[in-house]
Design a protein around this ligand. Structure first.
Ligand SMILES: Nc1ncnc2c1ncn2[C@@H]1O[C@H](COP(=O)(O)OP(=O)(O)O)[C@@H](O)[C@H]1O
Ligand SMILES: N[C@@H](CC(=O)OP(=O)(O)O)C(=O)O
Length: 442
């Protein structure tokens, strides 16, 4: 049996967590491949090493400021080394990075150093081999993993190491330039998934600081229930809509091999956490599996009498967005209205040319813009068997005096998306949680 264990930044933030990680690894000899993140926050107001690296890089030409920030980074690692009483030093590595930064090696090189340094330290502490992901992970310019180039290299490398640490979050660009390319933020989860795929793992364990995937964000609802089993599809909907515990792209590599993901808590290893699977006969504990959401959307509602009879109307509207290079999130429509939901910050950059384009393309009666919209996704494989779920959501929101701006049900009946004003966002999530989780538990 082979397990991949990815430890997030919160699980490697200080020496105390390193000890917990070692106890977890030594408790199960099946844990062959370990993927590390950079040290994360030790307390709420703390700064992640990745964010310190970004700051150091932006100050790379200001020797004094750079030195001030870089010392903080060195201290984070040195404190762990001293606390663990290790006969180990990263000084040579620090020296090289200090020399590299002023030469403009690129932001991807800069952010990758947190995972790299932590990987060296963790490999030493566990007595594991170390593989630098520049040797085995290839990433395209958009931050997507290139399976064609990565898989043979990684498979080959893993087959010659029994126990190994591989830093997450970065690799080389897939263009033979030998430059470092990182995934988007949170991308160590993606590395873990690729290692699980190429290492022919039976299980991908993703270790974090909560008891698995929770029904909703614990920063919005106090102590939400954990989800015991969730399907890849449900998880993808929730991750895409902002449930940040797992990077949205980390599902694809393991999914292609049917490898389950187990989200576990480093601070409570005996808790079963959440199992993420392709399909399951387990009946969900509740009608809904999870609630997630994101703020910062704008809606463009186009009104025109007899719109439904005008062939090609939708295509012409979408073409305007396409020509501006803007993707849309949702498109609920009525008989004489069509609403396009877009990322507000992106939309603002193109606002006037899109409005002009829409007038030219479809000659609408009226266009209405709304901004500061939050989208909330209510997701659950159990929803398609029941009825009245949308009504329950509406009633819960109405009882909490929240005005619903938009509703869109995916054709898979796996999700219902609700749009509310940003300032109602947290209250709306709480109201839906109370209705579907707390009331069902009563
Ligand atoms: N639905 C959710 N379930 C669990 N955690 C969530 C959820 N939504 C948001 N989170 C947040 O995600 C955090 C874990 O993700 P992250 O900070 O990336 O951890 P790590 O440092 O282990 O990679 C949790 O501490 C929690 O605050
Ligand atoms: N350290 C990187 C990559 C990562 O995946 O981190 P974490 O596992 O702590 O979310 C980041 O902060 O984005």
């Amino acid at each position: 049996m082979i397990k991949v264990a990815k430890f997030g930044g919160s699980s490697l933030a200080d020496a105390e967590h390193f000890r917990k990680v070692k106890a977890i690894i030594t408790a199960d000899p099946d844990r062959h491949y370990v993927v590390d993140s950079a040290p994360g926050k030790r307390y709420k107001e703390d700064t992640k090493v990745t964010d310190l690296l970004i700051l150091a890089y932006s100050n790379r030409h200001d020797a004094k400021e750079f030195d001030k920030v870089f010392k903080k980074i060195e201290n984070r690692f040195n404190e762990i080394i001293v606390d663990l009483e290790l006969d180990f030093s990263l000084d040579e590595e620090f020296k090289k990075i200090r020399e590299d930064f002023p030469k403009d090696p690129g932001i991807d090189y800069a952010v990758s150093r947190g995972e790299y340094l932590n990987g060296l330290l963790l490999a030493y502490y566990l007595g594991f081999d170390f593989i630098d992901p520049t040797e085995v992970i290839r990433i395209d310019a958009h931050g997507n993993y290139d399976s064609y180039r990565t898989d043979p290299l990684l498979r080959n490398a893993l087959s010659s190491h029994e126990y190994v640490v591989i830093p997450g979050f970065y690799g080389y660009k897939n263009d033979h330039s030998h430059t470092i390319q990182a995934f988007s933020r949170g991308g160590s989860d993606v590395t873990g998934s690729i290692v699980a795929k190429c290492g022919h793992a039976n299980l991908y364990e993703n270790w974090t600081d909560v008891n698995g995937f929770l029904v909703t964000d614990p920063r919005i609802v106090d102590d939400p229930e954990s989800i015991r089993i969730i399907t890849y599809k449900e998880l993808r909907e929730l991750s895409y809509m902002g449930a940040s515990v797992l990077h949205e792209n980390s599902i694809f590599p393991v999914r292609s091999q049917g490898i389950p993901i187990n989200i576990k808590n480093t601070n409570d290893p005996s808790d079963p956490g959440t199992l993420i699977v392709e399909t399951t006969a387990h009946k969900p504990e509740h009608v809904i599996t999870g609630i997630a959401g994101k703020k910062g959307f704008a809606t463009i509602t186009i009104e025109k009498d007899m719109m439904n009879a005008e062939i090609g109307f939708g295509r012409k509207v979408l073409q305007v967005f396409e020509e501006e290079g803007l993707s849309f999130e949702h498109m609920p429509s009525g008989i004489d209205t069509m609403t396009i939901v877009v990322d507000q910050n992106e939309f603002i950059k193109h606002e006037q040319s899109i409005l002009a384009g829409l007038h030219r393309a479809v000659d609408p009666d009226h266009i209405e813009l709304e901004s500061d919209i939050g989208l909330i996704a209510v997701v659950g494989r159990g929803m398609k068997d029941g009825h009245g779920n949308a009504a329950r959501i509406f009633k819960a929101l109405a009882d909490a005096n929240i005005n619903v701006k938009m509703i869109d049900q995916g054709s898979s009946e796996l999700n219902i998306i609700i749009g509310v004003r940003n300032h109602y966002f947290n209250r709306a999530i709480k109201a839906i949680y109370d209705e579907f989780i707390l009331r069902e538990d009563e």
